[in-house]
Design a protein around this ligand. Structure first.
Ligand code: 8YV
Length: 321
């Protein structure tokens, strides 16, 4: 009987996912969940035919070239693939897959948490209590912003953006969006399309970023765009830190142009700008968008379905290169 393919698994995964990997492959697991250096990753990949990767690996053109000797497929445990040089993968004939759909609900739930947390000053209130400094109540104490009846602008009405729109509608928000192309009426579900950001931003009392990180979207949310928002807008980002010019966001949070921000992702995460932590009008989470038991299992299974297809000689469902 021929040996099962060897899979280099870069991070510790949920038990059910590691169980299936162990049943069907020869996995090289990372029980200690240690972050491999690029050199270690390349050395370990010399014995593997597949890489089971997350967004914490930086798979540049140079890395792709060095993986190409043995690695046939990179099955990502992520929907975002901005950590992979897809053009280089294609050039070297490495198949790359991602995990769309399965994390839309969890990421949309977290986006609602960011919206509500930022609007209702949740972090500030919690810190006050934990510091044992809550000593009064008055009618004017810690007033926030109501979301009901407000306009929510969504940049990128993909799978996650569409679920955010549904959930936000449940909170009585009116949905506006900008996308590269207009969606059909069923997926739009009443959301108002803006063909430019110039048109969307002035309407966005709340703004949620849901576009992928590509060369076109880097620093998309900059000082110029911020100036187009209504004064006191609330902004949330559960997509990627690179989309935001963080200097411009910090300046707008300081001036009050942006009343509050809810952030789950940062340019240089896990290292975040000191200013974000020091500002009172931020609600900050450490990249938890898809971090639920249910979703992390589903992401693992989806990545495994892609691996299974490749080793069965079939086209994987979620091929991105
Ligand atoms: C994941 C994400 O946790 O899938 C993505 O693109 O940003 C997160 O939800 C992470 O990327 C896992 O690799």
């Amino acid at each position: 009987m021929s040996k099962n393919p060897t899979v280099l698994v870069t991070r510790k995964l949920p038990p059910a996912v590691e169980g299936r990997l162990t049943r069907d492959y020869e996995p090289h697991l990372n029980a200690q969940d240690r972050l491999y250096s690029t050199e270690e990753l390349i050395a370990l990949a010399k014995d593997a035919q597949a890489l089971f990767a997350t967004h914490t690996e930086h798979l540049s053109a140079d890395v792709m070239a060095q993986l190409s000797g043995t690695i046939k497929v990179i099955a990502n445990f992520s929907v975002g693939v901005d950590h992979c040089d897809l053009a280089a993968a294609k050039k070297h004939g490495i198949i790359v897959t991602n995990t769309p759909d399965v994390l839309a609900d969890a990421t949309a739930e977290l986006t609602m948490l960011l919206i509500l947390g930022a609007a209702r000053r949740a972090s500030e209130g919690e810190r006050l209590i934990r510091a044992r400094k809550w000593d009064t109540w008055s009618p004017m104490f810690m007033l926030g912003t109501q979301v009901t009846g407000k306009r929510l602008g969504i940049i990128g009405l993909g799978r996650i953006g569409q679920v955010v729109a549904q959930r936000a509608r449940g909170f009585g928000m009116e949905i506006h969006y900008h996308n590269r192309s207009r969606l059909d009426a069923a997926r739009e579900a009443g959301a108002l399309y803006h063909d430019t950001l110039d048109s969307l931003l002035p309407q966005s009392e709340f703004l949620a970023l849901h576009c992928p990180n590509t060369p076109d979207t880097q620093n998309l949310f900059n000082a110029e765009r911020i100036a187009q928002l209504p004064d006191g807008a609330i902004v949330v980002n559960s997509a990627r830190g690179n989309i935001v010019d963080e200097d411009a966001l910090i300046a707008a949070l300081r001036s009050g142009k942006i009343r509050a921000a809810g952030l789950d992702v940062y340019k240089d995460e896990p290292y975040i700008r000191r200013e974000f932590a020091e500002l009172d009008n931020t609600f900050l989470l450490p990249h938890l968008g898809s971090a639920t038991h249910e979703t992390r299992d589903a992401m693992g299974f989806r990545a495994l379905d892609n691996l299974d297809a490749v080793f069965a000689g079939q086209e994987p469902k979620d091929r991105v290169a």
